[in-house]
Design a protein around this ligand. Structure first.
Ligand code: KIV
Ligand code: NA
Length: 265
């Protein structure tokens, strides 16, 4: 594929090709991730944690998301860019949701938006879609509702919540969403959801029965080390490797090894 579109993703699901998605919040990281061949880049509101050091995703603003997204978009040649609508910019009413989505599309150049929730936000999803803006859903553990849940533990273990989740996934497909993120739910439930709809389900901590996977890039690179859920596979230990590089630089400066004769004018 030359350039990934929402249509490409539905085709991938149809042909059984798994979809790979990662986060990026800045130009340099997005460039590396895009050139590696990722299908979707998510400008996640996890930037609130990863970039800004907040405890939750709630504080990040629409302006800050637009700043991150516009930096990412400038780097992209192939991936589809999805931008999270941050907390408080779409729950008020569908007009507010549309205004927020339009600002993201106009001011960042992103290709689509992601909203957390099902039936509660159906009017907003419909209104955004009617403006021609592709929408990705997000069900299961929805971090913007952390103060309602109380914990980041696995969602929908009980039948009532599982049934609502299944119904929400079908609703989001019917409304016209092009894909759904499913976060931290039992693998069996996630597989059932993926099999019940034709749009791709991208899992994070949702097992191997879904149509694609997403991880937070800084987590899979091992740059963060406080956060260690079972679903996180670390491909590097950059926390240690970067720390060692910084220590070597400090030593070289202190010992006058850096700069050497070749490293100056
Ligand atoms: O903000 C984010 O990074 C996300 C992913 C974890 C799906 O929403
Ligand atoms: Na998010």
């Amino acid at each position: 594929y030359k350039r990934i579109t929402t249509k490409t993703l539905v085709e991938m699901k149809k042909h059984g090709e798994k979809i790979a998605m990662l986060t990026a919040y800045d130009y340099t990281m997005a460039k590396i991730v895009d050139h590696a061949g990722i299908d979707i880049i998510l400008v996640g509101d996890s930037a609130s944690n990863v970039m800004a050091g907040h405890e939750t995703t709630l504080p990040i603003t629409l302006d800050q998301m637009i700043y991150h997204a516009s930096s990412v978009v400038r780097a992209i040649e192939r991936a589809l860019v999805v931008v999270d609508l941050p907390f408080g910019t779409y729950q008020g009413n569908s007009r507010q949701a549309l205004d927020s989505a339009i600002r993201i599309m106009k001011e960042s150049g992103g290709h689509s938006v992601k909203l957390e929730g099902g039936a509660e936000i159906s009017e907003s999803v419909t209104r955004i879609l009617s403006a021609g803006i592709p929408v990705m859903g997000h069900l299961g553990l929805t971090p913007q509702s952390i103060y309602k849940f109380g914990t980041y533990s696995v969602r929908a273990r009980k039948e009532e919540e599982a049934n609502k989740l299944k119904a929400d996934a079908i609703l989001l497909e019917e409304l016209g969403c092009f894909a759904i993120v499913l976060e931290k739910v039992p693998a069996k439930l996630a597989r059932e959801v993926a099999e019940s709809i034709t749009i791709p389900v991208i899992g994070i901590g949702a097992g191997d029965g879904v149509d694609g996977q997403v991880l937070v890039t800084h987590d899979m690179l091992g740059m963060t080390h406080e956060f260690s859920p079972r679903f996180l596979r670390r491909y590097l230990d950059l926390y240690t490797e970067m720390g060692d590089a910084f220590k070597n630089y400090i030593l070289d400066v202190k010992s006058r090894d850096f700069p050497n004769k070749e490293e100056q004018y």
